[in-house]
Design a protein around this ligand. Structure first.
Ligand code: ADP
Length: 214
């Protein structure tokens, strides 16, 4: 899953993990857990997290490799929060090729900036995450557009990009994602060589936005 901070990767990641019965691996959660437990990694990354800076690639990639390895030969996985740079994308792809676990789908959640800031400030009041202050939020957003967003083009070229409109309430977004992925699953199950094209559902807003009637 590739999306700006506040787009709902965490929320939708949990929905997807339950639906497909596969693990949800969120690098932000893993890193925050290290910080909370004051491990060696935690002590090394805390200031990066607090400032909304990216932690060094080797730390993240090592963590992700450790999380993926035991899932080899399994039903699948959802990665949330990685890759965040083109370098991470290439390195992750190399790891995934080595493990025979390359991605079937790159899921992009598209959300307007004003909505992102609103959600993150609201979350700040509830969770008290150290990086949910207005200045750090703005910085995380800038970083997203500068180094993360450009990766989408690469997934588009690989034909595995699925973009959804994630401005709406979580249930509506979740329905759109699950619908898209269930349809795609039939193509994916035909085998890795089946021809693929990027799927852009960001214009479908209203069709999925309404609550079920009756
Ligand atoms: P958000 O998407 O809201 O920024 P995350 O929980 O995904 O939240 O990430 C929180 C922080 O964890 C990031 O600001 C960064 O410091 C660190 N982080 C998470 N994933 C990565 C990654 N792939 N590379 C570098 N830093 C990361």
């Amino acid at each position: 899953m590739i999306a700006p901070p506040g787009a709902g990767k965490g929320t939708q990641g949990v929905v997807l993990a339950e639906h497909f019965a596969i693990p949800h691996i969120a690098t932000g959660d893993l890193l925050r857990d290290h910080v909370a437990r004051a491990t060696e990694v935690g002590r090394a990354v805390k200031s990066f997290l607090d400032r909304g800076e990216l932690v060094p690639d080797d730390v993240v990639l090592q963590m992700v490799r450790q999380a993926l390895e035991p899932l080899k030969g399994g039903e699948g996985w959802i990665l949330d929060g990685v890759p965040r740079t083109m370098e991470q994308a290439r390195a992750l792809y190399a790891i995934a090729v080595e493990l025979g676990m390359t991605a079937d789908v790159a899921l992009h959640l598209q959300v307007e900036d004003a909505e992102l800031v609103r959600r993150l400030l609201a979350r700040a009041q509830q969770t008290g995450r150290s990086d949910d202050t207005e200045d750090v939020i703005r910085h995380r957003l800038e970083l997203y557009y500068e180094v993360t967003h450009p990766i989408l083009e690469w997934y588009g070229e690989r034909g595995i990009l699925v973009s959804v409109d994630a401005n709406r309430p979580p249930e509506a977004v979740g329905r759109q994602i699950l619908t898209a992925l269930e349809v795609l699953r039939q193509v994916i199950d035909r085998g890795p060589d089946a021809e693929r094209k990027p799927v852009d559902l960001t214009g479908l807003g209203a069709a999925f936005g309404r609550r079920t009637q009756g």
